[in-house]
Design a protein around this ligand. Structure first.
Ligand SMILES: [Cu+2]
Length: 248
């Protein structure tokens, strides 16, 4: 009998078992947590990250399909997450604003120049204290950033929609938390410039509390932007990158 086959028969249930234990621990600790909702959203983001990292869709569904879990509320939230997996794709000719902002090292960055590159890029808008949407977007970016480590031409950019709180130092800590490599740049600056930029990309919704999950991709400055509304998986973003490389 094939050795590999035999081994995977053993490791899979063990891995799944460990995941259940880990999830159960997370749920228990969250029930005791003070800020229940925020905690749970953070957990959801973490679970989504684990999910993507394992490249094993089945492990992520264990809790929802198991049926023995008494915490119906949690189940509902997990169903919510998969409902949000629907991604809407559209093309736009956004024009980057001619503003000077700062990167996570406090270095002034000409946004117009940064975004009008002839190389592929992925952009999102986040704020570091967000307990819900942004941790998911950043986890996905983190996986893409690692898995496309060989893609030297790719630039990933996360622009803060809460620049007052997101100082360069805060962005540096955030970058570290998500293990950002050199080609993943974090942008902050004045509130006014951040809003101008958000408006240019049709993502400004009046307040950071109303923000929506959007990822923008572009092969080069002579192409249109691809806008993905929702939560694309890391695999989807990676395939978008390869698609861009083919000149789309
Ligand atoms: Cu957010």
């Amino acid at each position: 009998m094939n050795r590999k086959y035999t081994r995977s028969q053993f490791t899979k249930p063990v891995k799944a078992g460990l995941t259940i234990v880990a999830l159960a621990t997370l749920f228990t600790s969250s029930l005791q947590a003070h800020e229940d909702t925020h905690q749970m959203h953070r957990m959801m983001a973490e679970m989504k990250m684990d999910n993507n990292m394992n490249h094993n869709a089945h492990e992520g569904h264990i809790m929802t399909t198991e049926g023995k879990d008494p915490h119906a509320q949690h189940k509902m939230m997990m169903t919510d997450v998969s409902a949000k997996d629907k991604v809407e794709r559209s093309r736009h000719d956004y024009k980057a604003s001619a503003v000077t902002m700062l990167n996570q090292n406090g270095k002034p960055i000409d946004i117009d120049k940064l975004l009008n590159s002839d190389k592929p890029m992925m952009v999102n808008f986040i704020f570091t204290t967000c307990p819900t949407i942004c941790p998911v977007l950043s986890s996905t970016f983190s996986i893409v950033n690692r898995e496309l480590a060989e893609a030297k031409d790719l630039t990933m950019i996360s622009i803060s929609i809460d620049p007052e709180a997101d100082t360069p130092e805060a962005l540096q800590r955030y970058a570290k938390k998500f293990e950002a490599r050199e080609n993943w740049i974090f942008i902050t600056g004045s509130v006014e410039d951040s809003i101008t930029l958000q408006k240019a990309f049709d993502i400004y919704r009046g307040s950071k509390m109303n923000h929506e999950p959007v990822t923008y991709l572009r092969a080069s400055s002579d192409k249109s932007w691809t806008r993905l509304d929702g939560f694309p998986s890391s695999d989807q973003l990676i395939s978008e990158y390869h698609h861009m490389k083919m000149g789309h």
